[in-house]
Design a protein around this ligand. Sequence first.
Ligand code: HEM
Length: 435
Amino acid sequence: MLLKFGSIPTVVVSSSETAKQVLKTHDLHCCSRPTLAGPKALSYNYLDIAFSPYGDYWKELRRMCVQELFSPKRVHSFQPIKEEEIKKLVDSVSESASQGIPVNLSEKFTALTVRVICKSAFGVNFQGTVLNSDKFEKLILNTFLFLGSFSASDYFPNGGWIIDWLTGLKGERERSVSSLDAFYEQMFDLHKHGNKEGVEDFVDMLLRMEKEETVLGSVKLTRDHLKAVLMNILIGGIGTSAITMTWAMTELMRHPRVMKKVQSEIRNQIGNKSTISLDDLNHLHYLKMVINETWRLHPPSPLMVPREAMSEFEINGYTIPVKTRLYVNIWAIGRDPDIWKDPEEFIPERFINSGIDSKGQNFELLPFGSGRRMCPAMYMGTTMVEFGLANMLYQFDWKLPEGMVVEDIDMDESPGINTSKKNELVLVPLRRLNH
Ligand code: HEM
């Protein structure tokens, strides 16, 4: 589908076949990112991984982050942090269970991912930071909102900023960017003054690279480059995993048969052990199907991150000119009746022997995208989701708050680059029997 937004030709791809042409066959023609007002402000002028144009700087920065933060080896080294944080979560939910009090799972999952990301990547406890307040969740939600909203300056390069100013988008954006900036400054201060736990972490390494005047591509790293990378970790890491866990629990509450089956699998696998290991996760095949089914219906980034054509190419006989903006609608592909039987139904069993997984090679299911720009933190995100859900399903049974029935569970989505459940998921935990 071709749309003309202001002066910008915009192509939306909504079938798996065409997605394959864009993300695989012609990946090299269109693996840059468009220049957009929201990302520009957040990424200090496109100095990050997600929004920087295709080129040597992006390649080297991405490679460095994969090596130092996203690789399975690094992710495994963060497992004790995850275990510590999940224990705190289980303790707090147990407290509510013993009193029969409902818990806000959307909030709990966000808090879990924030804490794990802060400790793993930044080496600090989130509790001690300037963002540790009720405002944090709102800040993150606002950031997703303005990243995904149609900013007039993106389509009317000459005068669009006036519209953004009048609608309040510009002010909102500036406030979010300045709150996040204060957070990064605090991270650097904590690291410089040694007021943090442990040995050299990712932020120490970035600071060292800045001091040594390290060059990536032909770009010398400055403080702004460092902040842009921290933004990717914070914004990329937090929303996506928490959104997935919340949607998965929502679907499980709507489908008691699936809930029972996945809990039995987890409880049989774990037995009476007190912790769930990374190795245990490898054996939870049905849980993985539940998560894939969640990603099919509720991909956290339903239009992925937009791409921009760097050179002219053809799709299905149509010429895609240079500078065309491309969105891949993975939300529509996940619900395409030509691919999926009963597409609106939540049936994890559809993945048994289907040969389809979410690792970017099957264009029917692309929660992490595909090709050169595919999410570099897929392993980190997947293990976070599996670990969080496995623990919540192993330790507790769940029921709806008093007076609510399954039909009352709403499935409204929030707008933005990342689509979360609009209304928070609130459930009553019950300590599981025989525990
Ligand atoms: C459930 C978890 C996650 C999902 C579903 C997800 C999804 C995505 C998607 C759809 C893209 C765009 C891919 C494309 O354009 O082809 C992306 C890119 C990216 N993600 Fe993730 N993500 C997740 C977790 C994370 C985490 C934990 C981090 C960092 C801590 C992260 C950092 C990034 C970055 C830096 C990019 C930009 C890559 C580039 O442009 O080269 N993501 N992610």
